[in-house]
Structures are given as C-alpha cells and as structure tokens.
Design a protein around this ligand. Structure first.
Ligand code: GDP
Ligand code: ZN
Length: 296
C-alpha cells in the first residue's frame, strides 16, 4: 500500500517492511493520479531499484475539484473505506454550515461518512448538536481528548479500516488521531492554514498505519473545503434526506425555493428536515449555480 508520495517517490508498505519506490519512465503532470496514496501496488525489486509495476483496481477515490484554478480534478487518496467529519462542540463554535459542507463532499465521493463531535468536555449538551444528524441516519460520536470520553468507541470504529479525518481547523483532528493511537505523532496546535496553503500548491495525503490495524489518512492541504466545486445535481444528491423528499416535489427541476408543491419545503415546515440542513443546502446550491454560470 502506498503510504506517501512526493517528488516522484512513493513510500510503500509491504509485508516485509516499507520501501521507497518510483514509477518507470518519466511521469507527466497529467499522469498525476496514476498512483495515489492508498493504492495497492505490485512492486518489482531489482537490487536497490524498486519500481511500481502495477496499480490494483481501486474501490474508491477521493477527488477534489478546483473551479477557480485550473478547473482540474485532483485525486487525493484511493481505497478509503470511510470519511470521519470532525467538528468541535465549542472552541471553535459548532458550525452546521461548515459540517454540512464536509458531509456533502464525502457523499458526492460516494464514501461512507460518520460524524465526530469533539471537545464535548467544553459543551456537555452536545447531544443537541448531534440530533439533526442522527435523524438523517449518520452515526455521531461525541469525543474529548481531554477526558478521553468516546475515544475507545472511535478507536473500534477505525480498526481495520482506511479512514480519513476531515473538518475545520482547530477542532482537534490531530489530537484525536494521537488519542486513538498513541503511536501516532500528528502535529497539533495552532498551525495557520493560510501559511500552510501558501507553501503547498498541491494537496498531499499521508497514510498512517494504526496499531489496531487499518490506516488513518491525514491531508493537511485538504481542509479548505470551500474550494471544492460541487455541481448543482451533486448538491441535490449530497443531502440524503433532501434527496428523499425531493422525489415528492411537483416539478422535476424543483430547486426547493419558492416553487409550488415543493415537498422539501413542506418537510422543513413540519421539522422532518432540519432547518439548518435546508439552509446549508440552499447555500451550497446557490454557490454551485454561481460556479456553473462561471463555467458556462
Ligand atoms: P486540528 O487542527 O483539527 O488538527 O486540531 P488540533 O488537534 O491541532 O487541536 C486544536 C486545539 O484544540 C489544540 O490546542 C488541542 O489541544 C485542543 N483540543 C483538541 N481536542 C480537544 C478536546 O477534546 N477538548 C478540548 N478542550 N480541547 C481539545
Ligand atoms: Zn422542491
């Protein structure tokens, strides 16, 4: 399995230890996604020379589209089993709009996604924050790296899987990784995402093997989810509960705004769809429509 990549070199975990490998021939920019972190590969070993011979079929790929820069798609990591969206109950304040963005990106990538509410030591009433997400069907774990609450449960959930932590800066993703597996040494603290983004033009992902089996993927450059370009149909499909009610709308192309016979708005009125989720949906859809205009 490819653990890291950079400068045309790949760190690959094999049954007989980690090896540094390269690709045969010159790798062009457009071949950027030929080998991804998380890929299962077959190596050819010739003395000191280790070459990636073959990439085995992927069961998932996490992609990021950047509408502004080169309109290209960046492939972040392959073979993820699940995305763990992490938010904090306080400090920074719980922000549903932000959480819903992260969830939507995972949904669009067709990856199973779960939610962690960290720092519950700072906000004992965290279950209230979880309720709208449990109603949608998401698993929600409350954790604290300070009291240790929920850490065992999260560890069990990660064991044997390839998982990605994602979420806003400062919510405790790195701290959680270190709490779940004391062998990890993820950097925590107040690293400015802006300066980080300035240094790295590409998104890099790193696979960290977990002691209990499985891997945790860390992606320092991935956190600015605002740059993810979702299309309007993707936004519509990224909110499972809204997609469900949308089937009952009078018009097929209903934007669930002011159209008559909108089943989604009716569900918001009865509380069947959480108002905060509907607000997030409307905001992401407006952004996607705006971006679609730009692309046209
Ligand atoms: P990241 O940016 O999401 O990786 O967040 P970090 O892991 O760097 O943590 C940001 C800050 O939150 C650090 O000062 C941590 O010590 C603190 N922190 C992390 N987890 C918790 C927690 O469960 N409770 C409290 N009170 N603080 C936490
Ligand atoms: Zn509608």
């Amino acid at each position: 399995m490819v653990l890291t990549r950079g400068g045309g070199r790949y760190r690959v975990r094999t049954l007989s230890g980690d090896r540094e490998a390269s690709l045969r021939g010159r790798v062009k920019e457009r071949d950027d996604h030929r080998v991804l972190v998380g890929d299962r590969v077959r190596l050819a070993v010739d003395g000191e020379q280790v070459t990636i011979e073959e990439v085995l079929p992927r069961h998932s790929v996490l992609q990021r589209r950047s509408p502004g820069q080169n309109k290209g798609t960046r492939h972040i990591a392959a073979n993820l089993d699940q995305v763990i969206v992490v938010g904090s109950a306080a400090d920074p304040t719980w922000e549903p709009a932000m959480i819903d963005r992260f969830l939507a990106v995972a949904e669009v990538n067709h990856l199973p996604v779960h939610l962690v509410i960290n720092k519950i030591d700072l906000h004992p009433a965290w279950e209230e924050l979880a309720a709208p997400y449990r109603a949608v069907g998401y698993d929600v774990f409350g954790t604290s790296t300070v009291t240790g609450a929920g850490v065992d449960t999260l560890r069990q959930h990660l064991a044997g899987h390839v998982s990605l932590f994602t979420g806003p800066t400062g919510v405790g993703k790195s701290s959680l990784g270190n709490a779940v597996d004391p062998n990890l040494t993820l950097r925590t603290g107040e690293v400015s995402e802006r300066s980080r983004a300035g240094r790295h033009t590409t998104v890099t992902a790193e696979m960290h093997p977990l002691t209990d089996g499985g891997f945790l993927v860390d992606t320092p450059g991935l956190r600015d989810i605002g740059l993810w370009g979702l299309t309007p149909p993707e936004v519509a499909s990224a909110f499972p509960e809204i997609a469900k009610y949308a089937e009952g709308c009078k018009f097929d192309d209903c934007r669930h705004d002011t159209e008559p016979g909108c089943a989604v708005r009716a569900a918001v009125d009865t509380g069947a769809v959480a108002a905060s989720r509907y607000t997030s949906f409307r905001r992401l859809l407006a952004e996607a429509l705006e971006a679609a205009r730009w692309w046209a």
